[in-house]
Ligand binder design. Sequence first.
Ligand code: SAM
Length: 217
Amino acid sequence: MRMRKKKHREDRIENCKEYQIENLEAFREDPCSVFPNPGPIHIEIGCGKGKFITQMGQKYPNINFVAIEKCPDVILMAMEKVKEAGLTNVKFIIGDAKILSDSMKDHSFERLYLNFSDPWKKSGQKKRRLTYRDFLAIYERILIPGGELHFKTDNRKLFEFSLNEFADCDLKMRNITFDLHNSRFEENVMTEYETLFAEQGMPIYRCEVIFRQNEEE
Ligand SMILES: C[S@@+](CC[C@H](N)C(=O)[O-])C[C@H]1O[C@@H](n2cnc3c(N)ncnc32)[C@H](O)[C@@H]1O
């Protein structure tokens, strides 16, 4: 998602200051400390303009959400949406998903969402895909035992690659669909990209991954 620098970007980010997690060290040590109310924490990596995370925050007020997005011009719009909705259970990190790998407290999160992640089409780029095994190892460490990854994409090749990565890492999968919008899955919350693809009649691929409860599994 390439975008021209937004007018008054810094001022607009400053206006949403209470939604941004700036002290990453404190967050890594105690992720709950950034929320006013206790609750399980779900993360979305690559939240884009924030349609999904805003709706999730509204739909599930007892869950706390952290949205990570590396593009400041895009996350700015997400933060403004959440501010306008008056939510206190959604916070944002401006940065790369890699921040999760650096001394993040183990077993901090209950669920992780990857929605329409960049496919990194060339095979030489596979290590950058957010479903590559090295990322799965990070997710396994930071999610609670039995925690889940919910993954949606429009890209069939990325979906096939991801299913193989999940299988190679001996992870359980469920609710796999190759056509989400014509499936029986009812809980779906649409993202910006998903809305565009759905308007073009494109199939959406989705699956859930369940991480291990314990070492023996
Ligand atoms: C194709 S867009 C999808 C946006 C949104 N999830 C949706 O479905 O509408 C992918 C987004 O993920 C962000 N992104 C990609 N890789 C990332 C990473 N490693 N860390 C943080 N954000 C990332 C991009 O900047 C972009 O905004």
